[in-house]
Design a protein around this ligand. Sequence first.
Ligand SMILES: NC(=O)c1ccc[n+]([C@@H]2O[C@H](COP(=O)([O-])OP(=O)(O)OC[C@H]3O[C@@H](n4cnc5c(N)ncnc54)[C@H](OP(=O)(O)O)[C@@H]3O)[C@@H](O)[C@H]2O)c1
Length: 292
Amino acid sequence: MPAPRLLILGSNGGLGRALVRKLSTVHEITAWTRAELDLEQSETIAAKLARCDFDVLLNPAGLTSPDACETQPENARLANTAGPQALAEACQTRGARMIHFSTDHVFSGEPHDLWHEHDATRPVNLYGRTKREGEKAVLKACADALVARVSWLFGPDKPSHPDQMIERALQTDDLSAVSDKASVPTSTADVCEWTAHLIANPASGILHLCNSGSASWHSWAEAALAIASWLGLPVKTTLVRPILLAELTQLRAARPLRTVMSNEKLQTLLGGEIRDWSTALEDYLTEKHRPR
Ligand SMILES: NC(=O)c1ccc[n+]([C@@H]2O[C@H](COP(=O)([O-])OP(=O)(O)OC[C@H]3O[C@@H](n4cnc5c(N)ncnc54)[C@H](OP(=O)(O)O)[C@@H]3O)[C@@H](O)[C@H]2O)c1
């Protein structure tokens, strides 16, 4: 049987680029940026999808900055809720599957050990609220849809917290990072592996796609700097001053404090253990900074 044909949206984004690169080794892919399909133009979506041959739609696109969502609430609603709903309706009509990427920001962040797929959601910002409404709309409109929640992505296609901290440590030894906010740093390379498995072995409903373990922005930063130092990069320090989230007064959107997700359900589907974020981070930084 030929591999399912994929339509990947948001193909200029961090996860979108990684998905296109990884999955194009096996699948025939149509990759669309915002220029080809704008989620805010939900009335155009059905006609655009009708003109494309695909079996599975992957949607990592959306308005992903919590602060931008606060200042542009209507854009956030359209990109994160109405657009995904129109995608799901079109997938249902043509009998296609859909994997829609979502976020740990659907959780309140109250003290909690691990957030599971069945746990109640209570977003604290507009990003989380519009993404949660998008999840519900997608699952209602498309029977076979999978909502894949990811957290704290890192990888080669978009600089994220560890890259930024290493860049800063090459310039200064005066670094700080928030220590009272926790989640699971997750490798985009691993998300691509899991997505490949989920395309071959369909699942529906909600699923958490994250590495194992947990971190704060502070411990994530120190882990990255320790690896950078070990790799021989001339970082000026491997120590980061811990600060509290409340000290970041320039943030517009409220941030949930603890959104560490369980990946138990994913481990069961994969039939094996999922590696810790720190091992994945070491692999990523080693490859990125390998002498060429
Ligand atoms: N990065 C993380 O740490 C993280 C954490 C939790 C969840 N997630 C979720 O994971 C998914 C992928 O995240 P990411 O980091 O890859 O995001 P990203 O780099 O911000 O990429 C999002 C993409 O969506 C596109 N986009 C924005 N508005 C659009 C619209 N109206 N129509 C069509 N495309 C639009 C953007 O294009 P333009 O740049 O051209 O606007 C961008 O290419 C998202 O669903 C996000 O909510 C990410």
